[in-house]
Design a protein around this ligand. Structure first.
Ligand code: URP
Ligand code: ZN
Ligand code: ZN
Ligand code: ZN
Length: 464
């Protein structure tokens, strides 16, 4: 099968020009002006942007968490991602405490295999890493799992102590792999939560009020210090606050190999959402919590000046009915997380490019290229170039949509609310190719499944 995409404006992290893209099989094989080639299918992309498919390096499909399981599985979640212009996700396999990480990886392969519409990879969530288990980390890397997430939050669940952090960081550094860190001082936060609950402070807003930004900043500071000593490249996930960003800047200023991710929720939503009437605030109970609005400008500044390097969603949806409602009597029982995998590209294009905060090239870098480089997917993914996978999004920069759980164009996620209900966005995904297959054409699903597990290369350094 060959496809010719004609007359589009090709935008990568560094390029911006009008040309044709020729695809044979899974790969881009030719790019040029007015290509004279025979193609099985021709797509006219005049007045459209032709972008590298989005890469969302932080999703949680089919994840057991908070006494329930995230509402999207690998079938529904990857389909929704595709509609939104994302062609690769990096999800998280989880090690059960005391068990083999490789067994955890197998379990996640079983969850995903044969279901995904787009390509996917895994980070490994490490919950336990005694010395004798350290050699498994090399095996994981051989299996294409070249980054590991560890948690300073959620004591008794995913939390690991500083000794485990150090051991794991050392091994990851030696192996040429990367550490992803959920940086929040969960031990102190748990004490704050206990005191709040004792005082009868149990409504959703106390989720935010018991997780001060200083405790996020402390976690970031500690992670950076340990990574510096252990000599491992570090990636701070879902950074939410100015206080935490300050720590990233300080680490980078002294030469530590640390990059950080933020998410649309921290750029577009704020703590006032928890003040919604009744129990509605539960929809935005996620960790880290939404912050005071002024933090948003600081995060945009961080994106512009490259202290923040990627925008991921941390898509972890729970239905309001029955799932979020588990915490009706106490915010501590609300499963943490929110949906967003489908809305990322439009939100960031609208809030970043249309609003004049970032350039079009930076938009591509933040939503695709930087994640590919940080996590061993580049140049297979994250750009449009001869030899790269034909993961391509044809994007209408002018089309407007109102994001809503009731808008069939913006909501394919299997969850009963939208975190961005009523947001009007300009810029919308129209047609999507995944390794040369047209999966979405003019906003209609054409091919399901066919997504593959991608073994990632080592991702040891910022320079890869
Ligand atoms: O609230 C969140 N973020 N849920 C998903 C788990 C995590 O910490 O990333
Ligand atoms: Zn996290
Ligand atoms: Zn997460
Ligand atoms: Zn519409």
């Amino acid at each position: 099968m060959s496809i010719l995409i004609k007359n589009g404006r090709i935008v990568t992290a560094v390029d911006d020009y009008v040309a044709d893209v020729f695809i044979e099989g899974e790969k881009v094989t030719l790019i040029g002006k007015d290509l004279k080639v025979q193609a099985d299918k021709v797509i006219d992309a005049k007045d459209r942007l032709v972008l590298p498919g989005g890469i969302d390096p932080h999703t949680h499909f089919d994840m057991p968490f908070g006494g329930t399981t995230s509402a999207d599985d690998f079938a529904s979640g990857t389909k929704a991602a595709a509609f939104g212009g994302t062609t690769t996700v990096i999800d998280f396999a989880i090690q059960s405490k005391g068990e083999s990480t490789l067994k955890g990886l197998d379990a996640w392969h079983d969850k995903a295999s044969g279901k995904a519409t787009i390509d996917y990879a895994f980070h490994m969530i490490i919950t336990d890493m005694p010395d004798e288990r350290l050699p498994e980390m090399r095996k994981l890397a051989d299996e294409g799992v070249t980054s590991y997430k560890l948690f300073m939050a959620y004591p008794g669940v995913l939390y690991v102590d500083d000794g485990t952090l150090y051991r794991t960081f050392r091994q990851a550094g030696d192996n040429g792999t990367r550490i992803c860190m959920h940086a929040e001082n969960g031990i102190v936060i748990d004490e704050i939560i206990k005191a709040a609950v004792k005082d009868g402070k149990t409504s959703p807003k106390y989720h935010a009020l018991t997780r001060p930004t200083r405790m996020e900043a402390e976690g970031v500071h500690r992670a950076i210090s340990i990574a510096e000593v252990a000599k491992v490249p570090l990636y701070i996930v879902h950074l939410s606050s100015s206080d935490a960003l300050e720590q990233v800047k300080m680490g980078r200023a002294r030469g530590v190999d640390v990059i950080a991710e933020t998410c649309p929720q921290y750029l577009f939503l704020d703590q006032s959402y928890y003040e919604r009437e009744g129990f509605e605030g539960a929809k935005w109970v996620m960790t880290p919590a939404l912050r005071e609005k002024w933090n948003q400008d600081e995060l945009w500044q961080g994106l512009k000046f490259r202290d923040l390097e990627t925008i991921a969603t941390d898509h972890c949806p729970f239905c309001f009915k029955d799932q979020k409602e588990m915490g009706k009597d106490s915010f501590t029982k609300i499963p943490n997380g929110a949906p967003g995998v489908e809305n990322r590209m439009s939100l960031v294009y609208n809030g970043g490019v249309v609003s004049g905060r970032i350039s079009l090239n930076r938009f591509v870098e933040l939503t695709s290229t930087a994640a590919a480089k940080a996590f061993g997917l580049f140049p297979k993914k994250g750009t449009i170039a001869v030899g790269s996978d034909a993961d391509i999004v044809i994007f209408d920069p002018n089309r407007k949509e109102t994001i809503s759980v009731n808008n069939p164009h913006t909501h394919h996620m299997r969850v009963d609310y939208s975190a961005y209900e009523g947001f009007e966005v300009q810029g919308f995904t129209e047609t999507v190719l995944s390794r040369g297959r047209v999966i979405i054409e003019k906003n209609e699903l054409k091919t399901e499944r066919g997504g593959q597990f991608i073994k990632r290369a080592l991702c040891g350094s910022l320079l890869r």
